[in-house]
Design a protein around this ligand. Structure first.
Ligand SMILES: C[S@@+](CC[C@H](N)C(=O)[O-])C[C@H]1O[C@@H](n2cnc3c(N)ncnc32)[C@H](O)[C@@H]1O
Length: 277
Protein backbone atom coordinates (compact mmCIF):
# COMPACT_ATOMS: atom_id res chain seq x y z
CA UNK A 1 0.00 0.00 0.00
CA UNK A 2 1.28 3.47 -0.75
CA UNK A 3 0.46 6.69 1.07
CA UNK A 4 0.94 10.34 0.36
CA UNK A 5 -0.30 13.59 1.74
CA UNK A 6 1.77 15.85 3.85
CA UNK A 7 0.34 16.22 7.33
CA UNK A 8 1.07 14.03 10.26
CA UNK A 9 0.04 13.63 13.84
CA UNK A 10 2.30 12.22 16.54
CA UNK A 11 1.19 10.75 19.83
CA UNK A 12 3.92 10.33 22.44
CA UNK A 13 4.75 6.96 23.98
CA UNK A 14 1.76 6.49 26.20
CA UNK A 15 2.37 9.76 28.05
CA UNK A 16 -1.07 11.12 27.27
CA UNK A 17 0.37 14.01 25.25
CA UNK A 18 -1.95 15.88 22.98
CA UNK A 19 -1.33 15.14 19.30
CA UNK A 20 0.16 17.91 17.22
CA UNK A 21 -0.03 18.54 13.53
CA UNK A 22 2.60 19.96 11.29
CA UNK A 23 3.23 20.09 7.57
CA UNK A 24 6.10 18.01 6.33
CA UNK A 25 8.16 19.74 3.66
CA UNK A 26 11.38 18.39 2.24
CA UNK A 27 13.66 21.45 2.32
CA UNK A 28 15.79 20.91 -0.85
CA UNK A 29 12.80 20.37 -3.15
CA UNK A 30 9.99 21.99 -1.13
CA UNK A 31 7.69 19.13 -2.14
CA UNK A 32 5.12 18.35 0.53
CA UNK A 33 5.79 14.74 1.50
CA UNK A 34 4.11 12.05 3.49
CA UNK A 35 5.85 11.24 6.80
CA UNK A 36 6.30 7.68 5.54
CA UNK A 37 8.92 9.04 3.13
CA UNK A 38 10.57 11.40 5.58
CA UNK A 39 10.80 9.81 9.03
CA UNK A 40 13.85 7.46 8.88
CA UNK A 41 12.24 4.74 11.04
CA UNK A 42 9.15 4.64 8.81
CA UNK A 43 11.41 4.60 5.75
CA UNK A 44 13.12 1.51 7.23
CA UNK A 45 9.70 -0.20 7.29
CA UNK A 46 8.72 0.65 3.72
CA UNK A 47 10.21 -2.40 1.97
CA UNK A 48 8.87 -4.75 4.64
CA UNK A 49 5.35 -3.42 4.11
CA UNK A 50 5.78 -3.17 0.32
CA UNK A 51 7.83 -6.20 -0.72
CA UNK A 52 8.74 -7.35 -4.22
CA UNK A 53 5.67 -8.69 -6.01
CA UNK A 54 3.83 -9.27 -9.28
CA UNK A 55 4.15 -5.56 -10.10
CA UNK A 56 7.96 -5.88 -9.98
CA UNK A 57 7.80 -8.84 -12.38
CA UNK A 58 5.59 -6.79 -14.71
CA UNK A 59 8.02 -3.86 -14.96
CA UNK A 60 11.13 -6.08 -15.15
CA UNK A 61 9.57 -8.06 -18.02
CA UNK A 62 8.43 -4.91 -19.80
CA UNK A 63 11.93 -3.42 -19.68
CA UNK A 64 13.36 -6.66 -21.12
CA UNK A 65 10.77 -6.84 -23.92
CA UNK A 66 11.47 -3.24 -24.89
CA UNK A 67 15.21 -3.87 -24.70
CA UNK A 68 15.32 -0.63 -22.73
CA UNK A 69 18.88 0.62 -22.27
CA UNK A 70 18.17 3.91 -20.53
CA UNK A 71 15.54 3.66 -17.80
CA UNK A 72 14.18 6.39 -15.53
CA UNK A 73 12.35 5.54 -12.30
CA UNK A 74 10.41 8.61 -11.16
CA UNK A 75 9.41 8.47 -7.49
CA UNK A 76 11.85 5.59 -7.05
CA UNK A 77 11.62 5.67 -3.24
CA UNK A 78 13.73 2.96 -1.59
CA UNK A 79 14.70 1.76 -5.07
CA UNK A 80 13.46 -1.84 -4.90
CA UNK A 81 12.45 -1.74 -8.60
CA UNK A 82 15.30 0.58 -9.61
CA UNK A 83 18.07 -1.68 -8.32
CA UNK A 84 16.58 -4.80 -9.92
CA UNK A 85 16.27 -3.03 -13.27
CA UNK A 86 19.92 -1.93 -13.01
CA UNK A 87 21.14 -5.52 -12.59
CA UNK A 88 21.12 -6.01 -16.39
CA UNK A 89 24.48 -5.25 -18.06
CA UNK A 90 24.59 -2.30 -20.42
CA UNK A 91 21.72 -0.41 -18.84
CA UNK A 92 21.79 3.14 -17.53
CA UNK A 93 19.28 3.54 -14.72
CA UNK A 94 18.34 6.77 -12.97
CA UNK A 95 16.24 6.87 -9.79
CA UNK A 96 14.62 10.22 -9.00
CA UNK A 97 12.76 11.06 -5.80
CA UNK A 98 12.22 14.20 -3.71
CA UNK A 99 12.45 12.32 -0.39
CA UNK A 100 16.07 12.41 0.81
CA UNK A 101 15.42 9.76 3.50
CA UNK A 102 14.06 7.31 0.90
CA UNK A 103 17.10 7.91 -1.31
CA UNK A 104 19.47 7.53 1.65
CA UNK A 105 17.92 4.11 2.33
CA UNK A 106 18.13 3.20 -1.38
CA UNK A 107 21.82 4.15 -1.53
CA UNK A 108 22.65 1.75 1.35
CA UNK A 109 21.15 -1.32 -0.38
CA UNK A 110 23.06 -3.98 -2.35
CA UNK A 111 23.36 -3.03 -6.01
CA UNK A 112 22.78 0.67 -5.31
CA UNK A 113 26.05 1.56 -7.02
CA UNK A 114 24.57 0.51 -10.38
CA UNK A 115 21.98 3.32 -10.18
CA UNK A 116 22.37 7.08 -10.45
CA UNK A 117 20.23 8.52 -7.64
CA UNK A 118 18.88 12.05 -7.97
CA UNK A 119 17.01 13.97 -5.32
CA UNK A 120 14.15 15.95 -6.80
CA UNK A 121 11.04 15.85 -8.93
CA UNK A 122 10.47 15.38 -12.67
CA UNK A 123 12.31 18.71 -13.09
CA UNK A 124 15.52 16.75 -12.48
CA UNK A 125 14.91 14.18 -15.24
CA UNK A 126 16.54 16.31 -17.91
CA UNK A 127 16.54 15.19 -21.55
CA UNK A 128 18.42 11.87 -21.58
CA UNK A 129 16.39 10.46 -24.54
CA UNK A 130 15.40 7.54 -22.33
CA UNK A 131 13.82 4.35 -23.66
CA UNK A 132 11.53 3.81 -20.66
CA UNK A 133 10.19 5.77 -17.70
CA UNK A 134 8.33 3.99 -14.91
CA UNK A 135 6.33 5.23 -11.93
CA UNK A 136 5.73 2.23 -9.67
CA UNK A 137 3.59 1.56 -6.60
CA UNK A 138 1.00 4.17 -7.52
CA UNK A 139 3.35 7.15 -7.64
CA UNK A 140 0.93 8.72 -10.16
CA UNK A 141 -1.60 9.10 -7.35
CA UNK A 142 0.64 11.28 -5.17
CA UNK A 143 0.05 14.15 -7.60
CA UNK A 144 -3.08 15.53 -5.98
CA UNK A 145 -3.08 18.61 -8.13
CA UNK A 146 -4.02 18.06 -11.79
CA UNK A 147 -1.85 20.94 -13.04
CA UNK A 148 1.18 19.29 -11.34
CA UNK A 149 0.31 15.93 -12.89
CA UNK A 150 0.08 17.53 -16.36
CA UNK A 151 3.38 19.34 -15.79
CA UNK A 152 5.03 16.07 -14.70
CA UNK A 153 3.80 14.35 -17.89
CA UNK A 154 5.32 17.18 -19.93
CA UNK A 155 8.67 16.67 -18.18
CA UNK A 156 8.46 12.92 -18.83
CA UNK A 157 7.77 13.60 -22.50
CA UNK A 158 10.95 15.69 -22.70
CA UNK A 159 12.99 13.00 -20.92
CA UNK A 160 11.98 10.17 -23.29
CA UNK A 161 13.19 9.66 -26.83
CA UNK A 162 10.57 9.72 -29.61
CA UNK A 163 8.93 6.29 -29.42
CA UNK A 164 10.05 5.85 -25.80
CA UNK A 165 7.69 4.22 -23.32
CA UNK A 166 5.98 5.53 -20.20
CA UNK A 167 4.55 2.86 -17.88
CA UNK A 168 2.74 3.39 -14.60
CA UNK A 169 -0.32 2.30 -12.68
CA UNK A 170 -3.13 4.03 -10.83
CA UNK A 171 -5.85 2.39 -8.74
CA UNK A 172 -9.21 2.22 -10.49
CA UNK A 173 -11.69 4.44 -8.59
CA UNK A 174 -14.62 2.29 -9.79
CA UNK A 175 -13.15 -0.67 -7.87
CA UNK A 176 -13.31 1.36 -4.62
CA UNK A 177 -10.39 -0.52 -3.06
CA UNK A 178 -10.33 2.01 -0.19
CA UNK A 179 -13.41 0.28 1.23
CA UNK A 180 -10.95 -2.25 2.67
CA UNK A 181 -8.64 0.41 4.06
CA UNK A 182 -9.77 -0.22 7.61
CA UNK A 183 -8.20 -1.71 10.74
CA UNK A 184 -9.81 -5.12 10.32
CA UNK A 185 -8.65 -5.69 6.74
CA UNK A 186 -5.27 -3.96 6.87
CA UNK A 187 -3.88 -4.79 10.33
CA UNK A 188 -0.27 -6.02 10.06
CA UNK A 189 1.98 -7.08 12.96
CA UNK A 190 5.60 -7.76 12.10
CA UNK A 191 9.17 -7.75 13.41
CA UNK A 192 11.27 -4.85 12.18
CA UNK A 193 14.65 -3.24 12.86
CA UNK A 194 12.68 -1.06 15.32
CA UNK A 195 11.06 -3.96 17.16
CA UNK A 196 7.57 -5.38 16.84
CA UNK A 197 5.34 -3.08 14.77
CA UNK A 198 1.56 -2.91 14.56
CA UNK A 199 0.22 -0.99 11.57
CA UNK A 200 -3.10 -0.39 9.84
CA UNK A 201 -4.89 2.22 7.74
CA UNK A 202 -8.24 3.96 8.18
CA UNK A 203 -10.10 6.07 5.64
CA UNK A 204 -11.00 9.54 6.88
CA UNK A 205 -12.92 10.81 3.87
CA UNK A 206 -13.63 10.22 0.18
CA UNK A 207 -14.57 12.96 -2.28
CA UNK A 208 -13.57 15.06 -5.24
CA UNK A 209 -11.51 12.20 -6.73
CA UNK A 210 -9.36 11.96 -3.59
CA UNK A 211 -9.16 9.55 -0.68
CA UNK A 212 -8.00 10.91 2.67
CA UNK A 213 -6.75 8.28 5.10
CA UNK A 214 -4.49 7.74 8.07
CA UNK A 215 -1.70 5.20 8.49
CA UNK A 216 -1.34 4.08 12.11
CA UNK A 217 2.11 2.85 13.21
CA UNK A 218 2.69 1.58 16.73
CA UNK A 219 6.23 0.87 17.97
CA UNK A 220 5.13 -1.69 20.55
CA UNK A 221 8.47 -1.64 22.44
CA UNK A 222 7.94 1.97 23.53
CA UNK A 223 4.23 2.45 22.84
CA UNK A 224 5.03 5.33 20.52
CA UNK A 225 2.38 5.87 17.87
CA UNK A 226 2.85 7.73 14.60
CA UNK A 227 -0.32 8.57 12.72
CA UNK A 228 0.37 9.60 9.16
CA UNK A 229 -2.31 11.67 7.50
CA UNK A 230 -2.37 11.10 3.72
CA UNK A 231 -4.29 11.82 0.55
CA UNK A 232 -4.22 10.11 -2.83
CA UNK A 233 -5.76 11.22 -6.12
CA UNK A 234 -7.94 8.59 -7.82
CA UNK A 235 -8.12 9.71 -11.46
CA UNK A 236 -10.62 7.99 -13.71
CA UNK A 237 -9.62 6.09 -16.84
CA UNK A 238 -10.96 9.00 -18.92
CA UNK A 239 -8.98 11.57 -16.92
CA UNK A 240 -5.72 9.63 -17.23
CA UNK A 241 -6.32 8.91 -20.91
CA UNK A 242 -6.89 12.55 -21.82
CA UNK A 243 -3.96 13.76 -19.67
CA UNK A 244 -1.66 11.35 -21.51
CA UNK A 245 -2.98 12.31 -24.93
CA UNK A 246 -2.68 16.03 -24.15
CA UNK A 247 0.94 15.52 -23.11
CA UNK A 248 1.79 13.80 -26.44
CA UNK A 249 1.47 10.10 -25.61
CA UNK A 250 -0.36 7.30 -27.40
CA UNK A 251 -1.74 4.58 -25.16
CA UNK A 252 -0.51 1.20 -26.36
CA UNK A 253 -1.88 -1.00 -23.59
CA UNK A 254 -4.21 -0.60 -20.66
CA UNK A 255 -4.12 -3.60 -18.34
CA UNK A 256 -6.42 -4.27 -15.40
CA UNK A 257 -3.97 -6.32 -13.39
CA UNK A 258 -0.36 -7.51 -13.22
CA UNK A 259 -1.09 -10.67 -15.23
CA UNK A 260 -1.72 -8.32 -18.20
CA UNK A 261 -5.42 -9.06 -18.25
CA UNK A 262 -7.21 -6.37 -20.24
CA UNK A 263 -8.68 -3.47 -18.29
CA UNK A 264 -12.37 -3.87 -17.43
CA UNK A 265 -14.46 -1.16 -15.74
CA UNK A 266 -14.21 -3.05 -12.44
CA UNK A 267 -10.49 -3.97 -12.60
CA UNK A 268 -8.49 -3.06 -9.49
CA UNK A 269 -5.67 -1.41 -11.40
CA UNK A 270 -5.24 0.75 -14.47
CA UNK A 271 -1.77 -0.11 -15.79
CA UNK A 272 -0.87 2.22 -18.64
CA UNK A 273 1.83 1.54 -21.20
CA UNK A 274 2.07 4.61 -23.44
CA UNK A 275 4.39 5.62 -26.24
CA UNK A 276 5.83 9.10 -26.64
CA UNK A 277 4.74 10.48 -30.01
C1 LIG B 1 4.47 4.80 -2.79
S1 LIG B 1 6.09 5.41 -2.89
C2 LIG B 1 6.68 4.48 -4.27
C3 LIG B 1 8.14 4.24 -4.22
C4 LIG B 1 8.69 3.31 -5.29
N1 LIG B 1 8.33 3.74 -6.61
C5 LIG B 1 8.21 1.88 -5.07
O1 LIG B 1 7.71 1.28 -6.01
O2 LIG B 1 8.39 1.36 -3.99
C6 LIG B 1 5.80 7.02 -3.58
C7 LIG B 1 7.08 7.81 -3.83
O3 LIG B 1 6.73 9.00 -4.55
C8 LIG B 1 7.61 10.00 -4.12
N2 LIG B 1 7.08 11.33 -4.47
C9 LIG B 1 6.28 12.14 -3.76
N3 LIG B 1 6.05 13.28 -4.42
C10 LIG B 1 6.72 13.19 -5.60
C11 LIG B 1 6.90 14.05 -6.72
N4 LIG B 1 6.32 15.25 -6.78
N5 LIG B 1 7.66 13.62 -7.74
C12 LIG B 1 8.23 12.39 -7.72
N6 LIG B 1 8.11 11.54 -6.68
C13 LIG B 1 7.37 11.92 -5.64
C14 LIG B 1 7.73 9.76 -2.63
O4 LIG B 1 8.84 10.42 -2.06
C15 LIG B 1 7.80 8.26 -2.56
O5 LIG B 1 9.12 7.79 -2.57
Amino acid sequence: MSYSGGWFVIWGGGGGKRPYRQPCYNPPTMVKLDLHYVEPRLVDLYDIENPRGADTDFYVQLAAELDARTILDLGCGTGLFTRELAMVDGRTVLGVDPASAMLAYARRQPGAEQVRWVEGTSKRLGTPQADLLIMTSHVAQVFLDDAKWDDTLRDIYKALRPGGTLAFESRNPVYEGWKRWNREDSFFRYESPHGLMETWVEVVGVGNGRVHFQGHNIFTATGEKLVVDSKLRFRTQAELTSSLQNAGFTIEHLYGNWDRSPFLPTSPEMIFVARRN
